[in-house]
Design a protein around this ligand. Structure first.
Ligand code: ADP
Ligand code: MG
Length: 260
């Protein structure tokens, strides 16, 4: 039996070895008459950091919402570590059972909870052991002073709040973390610092990430795998050097800075 199934309230999805962290097949999403995602197909290997580039309105947040289980696509399937969580046939596993961590543009911390309790929240919510040491270690790794752990979110800077949100997203060692433009609302200098933390921490922890952004430099700095979404079509999804050397479209060539 898979060990994690024995933990109380652990998400109902068991890990299948050697399966991709995420596999999306033929995904279609419509809002009314508007098709927002068309036949999106992507695999993300376990433990890899992937970035998806796309301009505003290209469907990035919609794709993350579908993977998280917050909206229901019209066609296709979504698998997490080899387990179906959505199929067009009717299966729709609820968001809290998908074992996914999320980071949004605004940190979206619980305002009434201290920083440490924000970070510990997912462990308590899932009935997992409350590991304060791990929480403090994650904060320390992201250069949040120990004294800040007792503060409320409004006492922190925007960049610090975003780092707390990242710690909260990974504390329970989810199989996958979705990050929706997590650096768009912070200043340039802070953005570079947080980029660095994302890059080192996720690789150290071995947690797969799907990070969406409209900033090519961010995508190519962070992404071990990079995709380009344009008007709901995934134009390319590959290793970063492939986008540069063999861009699948004009749009990919422009974003990767390659010259045709
Ligand atoms: P991005 O995150 O890349 O900026 P979105 O996924 O938010 O793009 O939006 C893609 C398109 O889908 C946009 O045209 C947007 O207006 C539309 N859209 C997003 N969410 C909804 C919704 N809940 N209802 C109707 N249309 C929506
Ligand atoms: Mg968006």
């Amino acid at each position: 039996m898979v060990a994690e199934l024995q933990v109380k309230n652990r998400p109902a999805i068991a890990a299948v070895p050697n399966e991709p962290a995420l596999s999306v097949q033929g995904l279609n999403v419509r809002f009314g008459a508007q098709t927002v995602l068309s036949n999106v197909q992507m695999d993300l290997e376990d433990g890899r950091y992937a970035c998806l580039l796309g301009e505003s309105g290209s469907g990035k947040s919609t794709l993350l919402a579908a993977i998280a289980g917050l909206i229901k696509p019209q066609a296709g399937s979504i698998r997490l570590r080899g387990q179906n969580v959505f199929t067009a046939g009717g299966l729709q596993i609820s968001p809290e059972k998908r074992g996914i961590g999320m980071v949004f543009q605004d940190a979206a911390l619980w305002p009434h909870l201290r920083v440490i309790d924000n970070v510990l929240f997912p462990l308590r919510a899932q009935g997992l052991p409350v590991d304060r040491e791990r929480a403090m270690r994650l904060l320390e790794k992201m250069n949040i002073p120990a004294t800040a752990a007792k503060r409320k979110p409004h006492e922190l800077s925007g960049g610090q709040r975003q780092r707390v949100a990242i710690a909260r997203a990974i504390i329970a060692r989810p199989r996958l973390v979705l990050l929706d433009e997590p650096l768009s609302a912070v200043d340039q200098g802070v953005r570079e610092e947080i980029r660095y933390f994302l890059r080192t921490l996720f690789r150290e922890e071995g947690i797969a990430a799907l990070h969406v952004t409209h900033d090519p430099s961010e995508a190519f700095y962070l992404g071990q795998h990079v995709g380009v979404l344009h008007s709901g079509h995934l134009e390319q999804w590959d290793q970063p050097e492939k986008l540069f050397r063999f861009p699948a479209s004009e749009n990919v060539a422009r974003l990767s800075g390659s010259v045709r």
